[in-house]
Design a protein around this ligand. Structure first.
Ligand SMILES: [Zn+2]
Length: 227
């Protein structure tokens, strides 16, 4: 079995069938939705979709302490290396790579990009999502994105889709329903909502809107979905 534990906002730990721990978009210490401190988290890989603090804040301390390999865009991984991260694997959008646990492909995400902590502003980078495949299972973490036609390229490629529904900074619930129509995943897990009042959403209302298009798994922070 694989285990996906939601930590609130866009942060989750995906444990593959072989026990490899992938922490995606680590935002623990300043995450109002998360009770965990980054010091309590273990990781073999850290995947970061972009450099905004609500996705990247704890990437460098987590990777430095655990020795985990950071996976993300080339510029973001280069920044991490400059800040003392030993293991990094830079990629770019549209590219995939086979890791020991499975394959990661960076998918397009329509969002803005700056890198928290980059005082020189030299590491501005595009944002991505992730298509992660392992043991015949396909997980898509959208990162932060608008509804875009690029999502159609994922049609039939995804079993479990983590989609933002918060609105304001990303697509909202109605556009996320359209994303479900475009991607046709089996399971949808809503993310990037209820962290702050500006992205307050009712996940049950989202589930009702998705209807029979896909199963919607609403995970409260700290809970785990097994598949
Ligand atoms: Zn965000």
């Amino acid at each position: 079995m694989a285990r996906l534990t939601y930590h609130g906002h866009a942060t989750c730990t995906l444990e593959t069938d072989d026990g490899t721990r992938l922490v995606i978009d680590p935002f623990f210490d300043d995450n109002p939705a998360c009770a965990l401190s980054v010091a309590q988290v273990e990781a073999d890989y850290v995947l970061v979709s972009h450099g905004h603090g609500d996705h990247f804040a704890d990437c460098i301390p987590l990777a430095r302490r655990t020795g985990a390999t950071v996976i993300g865009t080339f510029e973001l991984v280069s920044f991490c290396r400059e800040k003392g991260v030993v293991n990094g694997h830079g990629m770019n959008i549209g590219g995939g790579h086979d890791f020991p646990f499975g394959r990661v492909k960076l998918t397009p995400a329509l969002h803005t990009g700056s890198v928290a902590g980059d005082t020189e502003g030299t590491h501005t980078t595009d944002c991505s999502g992730f298509l992660i495949t392992f043991n015949g299972k396909r997980v898509y973490h959208a990162g932060d994105t608008a509804l875009t036609m690029d999502l159609l390229l994922l049609k039939g490629q995804v079993d479990v889709a983590l989609l933002p529904i918060g609105d304001n900074f990303t697509m909202g619930p109605d556009d996320a329903v359209r994303a479900v129509e475009m991607i046709e995943p089996k399971v949808v897990i809503p993310i990037h909502y209820n962290t702050w009042p500006v992205i307050a959403q009712d996940p049950e209302a989202f589930k009702a809107k998705v209807g029979s298009r896909a199963a919607v798994e609403i995970l409260s922070p700290g809970s785990t979905y097994e598949f």
